[in-house]
Design a protein around this ligand. Structure first.
Ligand SMILES: N[C@@H](CCC(=O)N[C@@H](CS)C(=O)NCC(=O)O)C(=O)O
Length: 364
């Protein structure tokens, strides 16, 4: 089979998500390091903006966005799928994909830029100019990484929030450590889309960045073992989700955390986007819509409003709405158990499509 080509990097959150999927699915691929030249000569001309990961198919089509890439390839290559057939498991797994993709950016960026800064600058320099000297790489990394380094604060990591971010992340590690002591993956013996979503931050930042990796090894050895299973799947394409659409009880604290931390922000984002759309008819939606407040571990911070997250939430809501009556009842019991009222009663904004790293109104 002609291979896929993945343009990405080891330090990249969403590249890790796609790479692990390709490996588990047993799809042949070659990975091309996204150096400065590769961005200039391939990524920007093909995609229109600078981003990784990008994937090209054997037929030469270009796909961008880890969520779309995985969905398209999973559909194309069929079973075994990373989307569970059982409705409750499917819902839980896409909720956790959304949590990993959009919310765990906060600790991932905070730890990278506030605890692993020089390490990360050197890694960015090495990526952009693999042949340069270490001093040149550090200097180049400092220039190239500036927007990413700023993002740590824009996403919510201002100094007064950092202790809360660390408390939340360390507690999440403890919850996942308990879970992975009993189960190889989130839903049993096979990775689901939720595993790939969590793996982005937990591999590319929290396992690989030097100080963060030491923290994970000290606090959560079972999470380390899961990261390594995801990195090198012992048996690609095999294993089963737990039978009868059940969720392991050890996953409930993680889902509760997601509902408590992220859902209020999504709710406010939806309100702001709906207002913005009404006030700016016909205008492309920017990547960020100002700032709003958020609460973590009882502390109040500010962060940029990201409409993109609502496109991911819309996919989750579509899955919830499409559940069969029996599954819907069980899903509602799950939502009761995890504090999921806001999700169940969500005031959906107008129908959206993804537009690069932002969203647009879906065509009528
Ligand atoms: N939602 C996108 C996010 C991709 C993304 O943010 N990639 C990062 C690297 S891990 C990037 O290239 N960011 C460029 C930017 O934020 O301008 C996905 O899932 O692929």
């Amino acid at each position: 089979m002609t291979p896929y080509t993945l343009y990405g990097a080891e330090i990249s959150y969403y590249t890790g998500k796609v790479r692990a999927f390709l490996q588990w699915k047993g799809l042949p691929f070659v990975e091309i390091l996204a150096t400065g030249d590769v961005y200039r000569q391939f990524i920007v001309p093909r995609v229109g903006f600078a981003v990784i990961p990008v994937l090209t198919t054997p037929e030469g089509a270009t796909l961008q966005d880890s969520t779309d890439i995985i969905e398209a390839l999973d559909r194309r290559h069929g079973e075994p799928s990373v989307f569970p057939a059982g409705g409750v498991q499917r819902l839980a797994s896409v909720l956790l994909e959304l949590y990993g993709d959009e919310w765990l950016l906060i600790p991932a960026m905070h730890y990278r830029w506030h605890h692993n800064r020089e390490w990360a600058l050197r890694a960015f320099g090495a990526l952009n100019a693999p042949e340069a000297s270490p001093e040149e790489q550090l200097e180049l990394g400092s220039r190239r990484a500036a927007p990413f380094a700023q993002a740590a604060v824009l996403l919510g990591g201002a100094p007064h929030m950092q202790a809360a971010i660390e408390r939340s992340y360390e507690d999440l590690l403890a919850e996942l450590n308990t879970h992975f002591a009993e189960h190889p993956y989130l839903l049993g013996g096979r990775p689901s889309i939720g595993d790939f979503g969590l793996y982005g931050p937990l591999y590319a930042h929290q396992y690989r960045d030097s100080a963060s990796g030491a923290l994970m090894r000290r606090l959560a050895p079972h999470v380390v073992a899961w990261v390594e299973r995801m990195q090198q799947p012992p048996a690609p394409g095999s294993g089963d989700f737990l039978p009868c659409d059940t969720l392991p009880p050890t996953l409930l604290p993680v889902l509760r955390r997601m509902m408590r931390e992220q859902m209020p922000v999504l709710e406010d984002t939806a309100q702001r986007l709906s207002t913005w759309l009404a006030e700016h008819p016909g205008t492309p939606v920017p990547r960020t819509l100002g700032k709003h407040g958020f609460t973590l571990e009882g502390e109040h911070g500010e962060r940029i409003v990201r409409p993109y997250a609502l496109w991911m939430l819309q996919r989750v809501r579509d899955i919830y709405r499409a559940l069969k009556p029996m599954e819907r009842t069980q899903a509602d019991q799950l939502l009761d158990a995890i504090g999921g009222n806001t999700f169940r009663d969500f005031q959906d904004p107008p129908r959206l499509v993804r537009d690069g790293m932002s969203v647009a109104l879906a065509p009528a």
